[in-house]
Design a protein around this ligand. Structure first.
Ligand code: ADP
Length: 655
């Protein structure tokens, strides 16, 4: 760092590194090549399809987790359903067994009572009363309304029978309903003789078709026979809970005790009466005990082989149909036979049964399955992310490696070009020196004109050499980011004229007319050396690529800025090259036709920008080129002491 005559030193730190991307096909400021771009795009901001591809394992884990949960839930639910069905079937089984046992017990009791009648010719009322009392009907046989004996009467026997019963202390006794019939029966005993049962005394059950059917069956088979559904005579008209009823009859025959007539005719001929029991269905079934009954399982008892409403003997269903049980198939119809009569038992599960048998197991399995799935997905996602990061860094490494390879290639190419460029003036210098040395050795008189010509040529070659070395040094300095600017008040027109004058010989040698047009003084604060470098590079290029046509240099003031234009009418530049020629080592001509390092415009741009200005070119192939430099008159940062930061490469193309 040093002081300028004006006492101001601008140190501009240049951050000029190796070109950031020197991968094949890369142009500064332009896009990255396709494959690299795709790789980066895929890793950094994935497209939907690549997102799907990358996250396949995450979705896979999700699907597997959900599938396993689903299958587990399915099997658990199936197990629950099976256990519930089994429990329901157990309840049904116990219900059927309970009812059948009860009916068997009642029939056994009736058969025992028949024994009482068969053993003694005449059973006294008191005797029967005592017998029934000993049975404890209400407690042991729920639903049984009583136990009675109905006497078989031929039409001619009715009157005498009525008279004999009246004599026993029942003055109002009569067989009812009245009317002529082929055969009569009359209830003579019915214990316990409470108000309900008293109503039935004298009733001819054979007059009623339903009862008659059962009585006839009992008489003809000699076995207990249950009637169909009847309204018992014991039911009061105004009963709030009328119940359906039925009766079981056991026939009693004349003849030796304990024997039974062998044939149907004998049985019809020797019938003496029937031991029977009226049974209220509700009381009978409600006493039943089996799992869930009256609580979670409903029972219907139908008389007959079908569960039709008209045949309903009993129903524990309280509120309407049992949709839930039906929906789940928890309904069983079981046919049984009670005293020779077919019954159908219908068991249905209530909603509460399903709820009670629906353990929280399923919920536990589903919740645990979902949690495990979530865990699986999170773990897989973490793995995918780690892999993505690794891939991104691998792409980045590949990019850096590619850049490094490119940089080495460019360096090697440059060294080749630089060696060639340096050798050209060196060879020429060496030839001139050898020529002059040979003349000296010959010892003859020296031709002053030839010596002068030789020395002048040597000087040109050394100037060329030093220019090349200066360019290399400039680039090296720029690369290390440090450039000193010595700003001083200058007049751009004057600096330009001075500089252009130095090119007169060169212009003549290529046959170009070189003019400067600076009509008015353009003062400003600039670094003279750097300005001269800029002018030198532009003018020497104009002469070099100008094909001997005139070259015009123009200087103008434009308020705060100064404009410098160098126009030639030479080979011009293709539009696609106009952007890159300002970059390092970039050339748009073949090295066979034109020598050069591809550094002049790069250095020029760096210098112009360090001075706070910018450079651009307008050109077309074969039409010549016009380079325009625009510089602030106050120097960088309005001429104040400042450290100017110049942006890193790549730069925006300058055209
Ligand atoms: P070089 O040493 O090759 O001249 P420069 O950096 O000065 O390096 O120029 C870079 C390239 O720009 C040149 O190789 C040439 O192709 C092109 N160029 C520069 N100036 C002109 C011009 N006045 N007319 C046509 N092409 C030019």
């Amino acid at each position: 760092m040093g002081l300028s005559p004006a006492g101001q030193v601008h140190t501009v730190r240049r951050r000029v590194g190796l070109p950031r991307a020197l991968t094949p096909g890369y142009r500064p400021g332009g896009p990255y090549p396709g494959s690299l771009l795709r790789a980066l795009r895929d890793t950094v901001s994935p497209l939907p399809s690549s997102h799907l591809r990358r996250h396949t394992s995450v979705y896979g884990a999700l699907l597997v987790g959900l599938a396993v949960t689903g299958v587990a839930a399915f099997f658990v639910q199936r197990d629950i359903d099976e256990r519930r069905d089994r429990r329901f079937d157990d309840a049904v089984h116990e219900g059927v067994l309970g009812l059948q046992q009860r009916m068997d017990t009642y029939q056994a009791m009736l058969l025992g009572t028949r024994g009482l009648f068969s053993s003694s010719q005449q059973v006294e009322r008191g005797e029967f009363h005592a017998y029934v009392q000993s049975l404890e009907l209400r407690r042991r046989y729920p639903g049984l309304q009583g136990l009675g004996f109905s006497l078989w009467l031929k039409p001619g026997e009715v009157k005498a029978h009525e008279a004999s019963v009246r004599r026993e202390g029942f003055p109002d006794y009569h067989v009812w309903p009245e009317g002529p019939r082929s055969a009569y029966t009359a209830i003579v005993f019915l214990e316990p003789l409470d108000a309900r049962n008293r109503r039935a005394i004298g009733f001819d059950m054979y007059s009623n078709p339903t009862r008659r059917e059962a009585m006839r069956r009992a008489m003809e088979t000699g076995l207990p026979a249950a009637s169909g559904k009847v309204r018992l005579v014991q039911e009061f008209e105004g009963d709030t809970r009328p119940q359906a009823g039925f009766l079981i009859y056991v026939p009693v025959y004349d003849g030796p005790a304990g024997t039974q007539p062998a044939t149907l005719e004998l049985r019809r001929a020797h019938i003496r009466g029937f031991v029977y029991a009226p049974i209220r269905m509700g009381d009978l079934v409600e006493g039943l005990r089996f799992p869930g009954f009256q609580d979670t399982v409903d029972l219907e008892v139908h008389d007959g082989e079908d569960s039709v409403p008209g045949s309903l003997l009993f129903s524990s269903v309280q509120d309407g149909p049992w949709q839930e049980g039906l929906r789940l198939g928890l309904r069983r119809e079981v046919p049984i036979t009670v005293a020779g009569r077919p019954w159908t038992l219908v068991f249905t599960a209530r909603e509460s049964f399903i709820e009670k048998n629906n353990p929280s197991q399923l919920l536990t399995v589903v919740v645990s399955g979902l949690l495990v799935t979530l865990l699986l997905v999170l773990m897989t996602r973490a793995q995918v992310r780690a892999r993505t990061v690794a891939e991104v860094s691998s792409v980045e490494q590949q990019r850096l490696a590619s850049e490094a390879r490119m940089a080495v290639r460019i360096r090697d190419e440059f060294l080749g070009v630089a060696a060639h460029e340096l050798r050209t003036p060196l060879t020429s210098l060496k030839l001139q020196l050898q020529l002059m040395y040979r003349q000296l050795r010959q010892g003859g008189p020296l031709d002053a004109e030839r010596v002068e010509h030789g020395v002048a040529s040597c000087e040109r070659q050394t100037t060329r050499l030093s220019q090349l070395v200066d360019s290399l040094l400039d680039v090296s300095r720029l690369m290390h980011g440090r450039m000193e600017l010595r700003l001083e008040p200058l007049e751009l027109g004057e600096v330009t004229r001075d500089l252009v004058r130095r090119f007169e010989t060169d212009a003549q040698s290529v046959g170009s007319r070189l003019t400067v047009d600076a009509p008015e003084p353009v003062p400003g604060r600039w670094d003279r050396l750097r300005l001269e470098q800029v002018l030198t590079n532009l003018v020497s290029n104009a002469l070099k690529y100008g094909q001997g046509a005139p070259v015009d240099v123009r200087v103008r003031g434009d308020g705060d800025a100064a404009l410098l234009e160098v126009q030639d009418r030479g080979i011009g530049i293709a539009p696609e090259d106009a952007g890159r020629i300002f970059d390092r080592f970039e050339r748009a001509v073949s090295s066979q036709h034109y020598g050069g390092l591809g550094l002049g415009l790069f250095i020029t741009r760096q210098l112009v920008e360090a001075l706070g200005g910018h450079i651009s070119v307008e050109s077309a192939p074969g039409q010549g080129s016009t380079f325009t430099v625009r510089l602030p008159v106050m120097g960088p940062g309005n001429g104040a002491d400042a450290t100017v930061d110049v942006p890193e490469e790549p730069r925006t193309p300058l055209h």
